[in-house]
Write a protein that binds this ligand. Sequence first.
Ligand code: CU
Ligand code: ZN
Length: 211
Amino acid sequence: MARLLPGCSSVWLERLVWDQEVLGSNPSTPTTYRKDGASGGIPMKRIGLILGALLLFSPMAYGETAKAALYNAEGKEIGNATFTDDSEGVRMVLTVGELTPGLHGFHIHAVGKCEGPDFKSAGGHFNPLGKKHGAKNPEGAHAGDLQNLSVETDGTAHVEWVVKGVTLGPGENSLFHPDGTSLVIHANPDDEMTDPSGNSGARVACGVMTQ
Ligand SMILES: [Cu+2]
Ligand SMILES: [Zn+2]
């Protein structure tokens, strides 16, 4: 998993430079070797390749992925979510079942630990900026506040959202901060106002964010 550019760059950079110089893998640019024949300096060609490779691989910082398997209070797996960093935030694709139809409070919580049956171990809402709860709260919202999850009459829900203001990469809004994070679904709808959790009631499903 590409976590930091420096972590992935050494191997891939070397490989790319090697491909370019030895194999001439880019046919539109004939391979040129060091014109001066000197062994000491770094030739311009190589600098250009390294800069090119940095540009090519810099999206890796935004290409992080993560996943979470969701469990209910009985410890049964009832769904899963995948996460991908993109320029606007983190894209989440969630599929879950065996829930009661209707709206459910849905949040990213600040601790990556899901101990049933109450899932209190997941802590409060992910809130790196010290805000209050809810999109309708003038002092809100928590970074981990999501829209209510709308569950179909058959007990399933499928959503594909971009969660803004969080990242899978480094930084204070990282979902991989030292305590980790988890995805929690509540029994009741979130009023998107009442601090700290929108009166959304018991925690009925929980999934730890993992890479
Ligand atoms: Cu919650
Ligand atoms: Zn909240």
